[in-house]
Every structure is written in C-alpha cells, then in structure tokens.
Design a protein around this ligand. Structure first.
Ligand code: SF4
Length: 383
C-alpha cells in the first residue's frame, strides 16, 4: 500500500498499491529510521493493509527493529504478587470484582515467595522480574514491603525490577525509586475515547497521572495496551501516539485472552494477521522503544507466534498472571529457530553469591554455569 497519499486507506486505488506496495513500506521504514514520525494516516494504513502485503509491512517493522535492537530478544518473567480481590471493574480482567472467573485469590506474597519467583526468573534467563499486584492501588505498607524485597532481589540476583501495583501516589513512587525499582508498569490499555467502555471505576486521566508521578520519581515507564476489546483502529492509533508522546521506555502489546467469567468472555475479534499488524503499528510509531509481545500471544497468534518477534523485541517467558503461557522451552526454541538471541540480565551479583555458597571462584555467564540450562540454547549474555 502507498503510505504517502492523502486519501483514507479504504479509498486508495488497489492497483496502484499492488505495484508500489513493497517499495513504499520499505521506504516508510527508511523514513522512520531517519526520524520521521508516523502519521495517523500511515498508522491506519498499517492496520488496514491487505493480507498479501503482510510480509512487506512486517519487513518494514523488522527493518526498524533490526536498526535499534538487532536480533536481540529481552525476556520478562511475571510474578502475580497479589491475586484477585480487586474492587475495580476492568472488563478484561479476571481479578476484578465483576468477574466470576475461577482464579486463585490471595493477599500480598511474603518475601520468601517473591524471592523464589526471582530465582525462577533467573533460571528462565529473564532480564526483568515483574512484580504485579491486583488492586486499585497499593497501601503504604504494601509499597514498603515491595520496596524492601526489590532491594534484596537486586542485591542478590542483579535482575531489573518492574513493579505493577496500580495507581501510585508521589510518595509511593518515591519509595519504590529509592529502593532501586527500575521501572513501573501501568498500562493505558486502550485509547482515551474507548476507555470508559472497559472501565468505570477509574479514568484514563487517573492512569496518566500515575505515569506522571512515576516519571517524576525518576523511574522508567512501561505502559501498553490490550488489542481486541472492541476498540476501533483509530483508538489503537490514539494509544500508539499517546505512548509516543509520553516517551515510555517499554510498550507491552497484549491481545485479549477472553477469560470465562469476565464481561469480555465472548469477545473473539482477533486473527493472527491483525495481531501482527498491531505490533507493526507500535514498532513503526515507537521505533526506539522496547515493544513486548505480551498476554494472549499463544491463543491469538497461534501458529504465527514466531513472526511477532520481527516487530517486537521482547516477550514474557513462561506463565501470565492468571493464565498459562507456553512452556519456557518452547519460547527458547522459538527464539533459536528465528536465529535471534536472548539478552539476559546483570547476574554478576548472583554468580558471586552462588560461588560464595559453593566455595568456588565466580564464573562468568559464558560458562553457562548459572544462566544456561539445557533448554537455554538460544541464550547469550549481556548486561
Ligand atoms: S485494577 Fe488491575 S487488578 Fe483490578 S480489575 Fe483493573 S486490571 Fe484487574
């Protein structure tokens, strides 16, 4: 499809597109690499592109991904630190007060359980450990607990820490930043105009305010969305551009996994090709930002999962909050089959600690002594 025209995507002459398609998508990638900001028309054209063009669009996204991230893949490991019991009404969420889903419900995990999760993150070669708690926002006691455990995890394992705890006050954000938390996840979830269709107990502006206090406290921002909740293509472009304007460091792109018992349980609007187009939109709109193919990857992308990594440069390994992911071994195999490389964390502190336990000298990551198991064949070690 020609992306430099001023007509809406639907009215572009298809014959002209066919003859120009490959050249124009590649040219768009070159312009984005040179600093061009994706326009709304181009964003909509990506989402409306034809199936025949899919590889060309994905090729453009990959060109940009390769320029900024090479063939590297960052892995994230999630720990559901507090499950269910949430008073909010987010329509996609099995942990909400309005959901009747059968999920485990428990209060904030203790230090031992959170440390155990961090050890699993290291074993899975994750670079970042995500501590996620359900709820509108944490109590000060919960924030102090997470801050203290995060500090210990960083000292012990050298993992990057991202916390997702709901709406935060400036003081809470400051406490987490002072403990060394690298990043806070707080998703916008969808565009401003659609937000009140998926949640009524807090607003889009509440979410923006938390992102603001996190930035003010000096932490990185991770904020993303869920594709497939009934939003329009304009809503998707809205959120892609809002995240660009906010300058977030990381964008998790989730695809609705309609869980039984949630208000969106019967929604099934997505096909794998549409998921790939959405990832291409986010890559081309946010060229230097980490794009993570996230929840709903397995059920929505199905046999095309691997192709998502031509646009995205990171993914979750193992399970999600209340749903299972594919086995970690399959994730590694997928990265290996693509000829890509997993980037793991700064595990020197953990290596030194392990060495002290065994009385042997500390060994680098290249020995595979800690970061690699038989299933981590695709692993390379970077800080
Ligand atoms: S605030 Fe978080 S845990 Fe609560 S319903 Fe919304 S998404 Fe789920």
């Amino acid at each position: 499809m020609s992306v430099g025209v001023s007509l809406p995507a639907s009215s572009v002459d298809r014959k002209a597109e066919d003859s120009l398609g490959e050249f124009c998508w590649s040219e768009l990638a070159d312009r984005v690499i040179a600093g061009h900001q994706l326009t709304r028309e181009e964003g909509l054209a990506i989402l409306a592109s034809k199936d025949e063009e899919l590889l060309d669009v994905l090729g453009a996204a990959y060109k940009v991904r390769r320029k900024h991230f090479g063939r590297k893949v960052h892995l994230y490991f999630l720990k559901n630190a507090k499950s269910g019991l949430c008073p909010e009404d987010c329509g996609y969420c099995s942990q909400s007060k309005v959901a009747e889903s059968e999920i485990p419900k428990y209060a904030m995990l203790n230090e031992a359980k959170l440390m155990e999760g961090a050890a699993r993150a290291v074993e899975a070669s994750a670079r970042t450990y995500c501590i996620v708690a359900s709820g509108r926002g944490p109590s000060n006691r919960e924030v102090n607990h997470v801050a203290s455990v995060a500090k210990k995890i960083k000292e012990t394992y050298g993992l990057h820490i991202c916390c997702c705890l709901g709406l935060l006050s400036p003081d809470q954000a400051k406490t987490l930043a002072e403990a060394g938390v690298d990043r806070i996840n707080h998703n916008l979830n969808t565009g401003r105009n659609f937000y009140d269709k998926i949640c009524t107990t807090h607003t889009y502006d509440d979410r923006l305010e938390t992102l603001r206090v996190v930035r003010e406290a000096g932490m990185e921002l991770c904020s993303g969305l869920i594709v497939g909740m009934g939003e329009t293509q304009n809503d998707l472009v809205d959120v892609a551009f809002e995240l660009r304007d906010l300058g977030v460091e990381s964008i998790p792109v989730n695809f609705l996994h309609a869980i039984d018992g949630t208000p969106l349980e019967r929604k099934a609007d997505l096909d794998p090709r549409q998921c790939l187009r959405a990832l291409c939109l986010f890559r081309l709109a946010n060229p230097t930002v980490e794009i993570r193919v996230s929840g709903g990857r397995e059920v929505n992308l199905r046999s095309m999962q691997a192709m998502s990594l031509y646009a995205a440069n990171s993914m979750f390994v193992s399970d999600y909050l209340t749903t299972k992911g594919q086995p970690a071994e399959d994730d590694f195999k997928m990265v290996q089959d693509l000829g890509m490389e997993v980037v793991i964390g700064d595990h020197e502190a953990y290596l030194a600690w392990k060495a002290a336990q065994s009385g042997e000298p500390s060994q680098g990551c290249g020995t595979n002594s800690v970061c690699g198991s038989g299933s981590h064949a695709a692993t390379t070690c970077h800080g």
